[in-house]
Design a protein around this ligand. Structure first.
Ligand SMILES: *[C@@H]1O[C@H](CO)[C@@H](O)[C@H](O)[C@H]1NC(C)=O
Ligand SMILES: *[C@@H]1O[C@H](CO)[C@@H](O)[C@H](O)[C@H]1NC(C)=O
Ligand SMILES: *[C@@H]1O[C@H](CO)[C@@H](O)[C@H](O)[C@H]1NC(C)=O
Ligand SMILES: *[C@@H]1O[C@H](CO)[C@@H](O)[C@H](O)[C@H]1NC(C)=O
Ligand SMILES: *[C@@H]1O[C@H](CO)[C@@H](O)[C@H](O)[C@H]1NC(C)=O
Ligand SMILES: *[C@@H]1O[C@H](CO)[C@@H](O)[C@H](O)[C@H]1NC(C)=O
Length: 428
C-alpha cells in the first residue's frame, strides 16, 4: 500500500504537468539594467533626452519576457494524486522549469581524482582553460533542489542495484553518478568495476560496485533500446543491417531485476547513423523502408513501454526516462560548433525536441508510473558546457557530450533529491 502511495506521487513528473514556460533568466536582465544605468550617467546632462530614454528603455524592458509576470497557463489540471505528497521539491514544482544561477560552491568533484570519469569528458585534463562553466547550479522557478548530501544518498542506496540503459549520454550520467558518490567514500579502493574492465565507447556492460555500501551502479549500452536484426532475403541492396522495432534489445532481461532503472535514447536516431550506414527498420520480420526516423523512434518506444508494463515490478523498481539531451552544433552536418564561455541567455527553440515530445507522449500513456527526467530545456542553455575541442581524441569538436564535472551532475542531483524525498515518505 505504502509503495502504491509513494509511486502515485510520481505524478508531478508526468508530462501533463511539465510545462516549459517562459524561460526567465537573469542574464538578459543584467544586461538591460547595466545598459540603463550607464545610459543614465551619460545622458543625465541632456535633460531633454532623459524622458525619451526612459520611454525607450521601458519599451526595451517589455520586450524581455523575464520582466513580465510568468503566466502558468497550464492546459491540463494537476493530477490529484499529488495531494498528500510533501517533498523537498515542493508541491507541483516543475523542477525542469528554471534557470542556471552562478554558484561558487560548484563543481562537486574533481574528475582527475575520480577513476570512473573517462578522459574524453574531463575537459580540464584536456587543457580547457576557462573554468566559469563549472560554476553554475540549476534553480527551478518555484522551489530549490536540496543540496547534494552524499552520505544520505549512499545510505539510501544500500543493498540496491542502479541500472543505466542507453547511449554515451547515459554513460556520462553513470560516470557522473559514480564520481559524485565517491566523494563520500573514504576507501576509494572499495569501489571497483566488477569485471575489472576499463571504460570504452563500445563496451556493452560496465558495473561499479560500492562494496562498503553493498550496492552497484551499472551501465548497459543499448543505443536504440531495440534489437539489431539481419537483412531479410530480397531486400534492396542499400539495406546492410536492420533494427527490429518490435523487439526490445536482447540484453533487456538483465535490466529487470533492478531497483532504479534509468533509460535514454535519441542521439543515434539520425540519418547519418541509420540510413547512411544502410540501416533500415523492420517490424514483424518485414522491412519498413519508407518509415521515418521519428515514426520508428515512436514505434521503438512503444515496444519499450509494453516491455515495461509486462516485465517490471514497479513495487520494487523505480523507472526513469531522460528526454533528449540538447546539442549545440552550428550546422546540421555536425562538423562545427563553438563552445561559449557562459550559458546562453535564450534557448532559441533548443528547449524542445521531437524526440522529447515522443518520450513524453509514450510515458504519459503508460499505466505504470515512469518519472521523466526532462533535461532538454536545462541543457538548452548550456552551450558553454560541451566537450567541444577538449576531448582526448582531437578530431572534430563535440557539441553533443558534456564535460565532467558538469550538466550531467545536475541530472543526478535531481534524481537523488527525488529518490531521497520518496525514501523519507516510506520511512515515515
Ligand atoms: C505490488 O503491491 C501491491 C500492494 O501492496 C500488491 O497488491 C501487488 O500484488 C504487488 N505487485 C507485485 C507484482 O508484487
Ligand atoms: C481543471 O479543473 C477545473 C475545476 O476542477 C475545471 O473547471 C477545468 O475544466 C479543468 N481544466 C482542464 C483543462 O481539465
Ligand atoms: C490526504 O489523504 C487523506 C486520507 O487518504 C485524505 O482524506 C485527504 O483528503 C488527502 N489530502 C489531500 C490534500 O489530498
Ligand atoms: C584535480 O586533481 C588533480 C590531481 O589531484 C590536481 O592536479 C588538480 O589541480 C585538481 N583540479 C582542481 C580544479 O582542483
Ligand atoms: C547486500 O544487498 C543484498 C540485496 O541487494 C542483500 O540481499 C544482502 O543481504 C546485502 N548484504 C549485506 C552484507 O548487507
Ligand atoms: C496509448 O495506449 C493505447 C492502448 O494501450 C493505444 O491504443 C494508443 O495508441 C496509445 N497512444 C499513444 C499516443 O501511444
Amino acid at each position: 500500500m505504502v509503495s502504491r502511495l509513494y509511486w502515485s506521487s510520481l505524478g508531478y513528473f508526468r508530462p501533463s504537468i511539465i510545462r516549459v514556460l517562459s524561460f526567465g533568466n537573469s542574464l538578459s536582465g543584467g544586461h538591460c539594467k547595466s545598459w540603463l544605468f550607464q545610459s543614465f550617467n551619460v545622458l543625465v546632462v541632456i535633460g531633454s533626452f532623459l524622458f525619451f530614454l526612459v520611454a525607450m528603455c521601458s519599451g526595451y524592458l517589455f520586450m524581455f519576457p523575464a520582466f513580465q509576470p510568468v503566466v502558468h497557463s497550464s492546459g491540463t489540471n494537476m493530477s490529484t494524486d499529488l495531494g498528500n505528497m510533501s517533498t523537498d521539491l515542493g508541491h507541483g514544482c516543475n523542477v525542469f522549469d528554471g534557470r542556471w544561477v552562478p554558484d561558487e560552491s560548484y563543481p562537486l568533484y574533481n574528475a582527475s581524482e575520480c577513476p570512473f570519469a573517462e578522459l574524453g569528458f574531463n575537459c580540464l585534463a584536456n587543457r580547457r582553460k576557462d573554468k566559469g562553466y563549472l560554476k553554475w547550479r540549476w534553480k527551478p522557478k518555484s522551489c530549490e533542489i536540496p543540496r547534494f548530501d552524499v552520505l544520505a544518498v549512499l545510505d539510501m542506496l544500500r543493498g540496491r542495484r542502479v541500472v543505466f540503459v542507453g547511449d554515451s549520454l547515459s554513460r556520462t550520467q553513470w560516470e557522473s553518478m559514480i564520481c559524485l558518490l565517491m566523494t563520500g567514500v573514504e576507501d576509494k579502493k572499495s569501489v571497483y568495476e566488477v569485471n575489472g574492465n576499463k571504460i570504452t565507447k563500445q563496451i556493452r556492460y560496465l558495473g561499479v560496485r560500492f562494496s562498503s555500501f553493498n550496492f552497484t551502479v551499472e551501465f548497459y549500452r543499448s543505443v536504440f533500446l531495440v534489437q539489431p536484426g539481419s537483412v531479410p532475403k530480397r531486400s534492396p541492396k542499400r539495406v546492410k543491417s536492420t533494427l527490429k522495432l518490435d523487439k526490445l534489445d536482447d540484453i533487456s532481461t538483465d535490466w529487470i531485476d533492478s531497483d532504479i532503472l534509468i533509460f535514454n535514447s535519441g542521439h543515434w536516431w539520425t540519418p547519418a547513423k541509420l540510413f547512411d550506414m544502410g540501416c533500415y527498420f523492420q517490424v514483424g520480420g518485414r522491412m519498413k523502408l519508407g518509415m521515418s526516423i521519428t515514426g520508428a523512434f515512436r514505434f521503438a518506444l512503444n515496444t519499450w513501454a509494453s516491455w515495461v508494463e509486462s516485465t517490471i515490478n514497479t513495487n520494487r523498481t523505480r523507472i526513469f526516462f531522460r528526454t533528449f539531451e540538447s546539442t549545440h552544433w552550428s550546422s546540421r552536418t555536425r562538423q562545427n560548433c563553438k563552445v561559449t564561455r557562459r550559458p546562453l541567455s535564450r534557448t532559441k527553440g533548443r528547449e524542445r525536441s521531437p524526440f522529447s515530445d515522443i518520450v513524453m507522449n509514450v510515458v504519459k500513456n503508460l499505466s505504470l508510473p515512469v518519472a521523466l527526467l526532462h533535461v532538454t530545456p536545462m541543457g538548452a542553455f548550456r552551450s558553454d558546457a560541451h566537450v567541444g575541442p577538449w576531448s582526448d581524441t582531437a578530431s572534430v569538436p563535440d557539441c553533443s557530450h558534456w564535460c565532467l564535472p558538469g550538466v550531467p551532475d545536475m541530472w543526478n542531483e535531481i534524481l537523488f533529491s527525488y529518490l531521497l524525498s520518496q525514501h523519507r515518505v516510506i520511512l515515515q
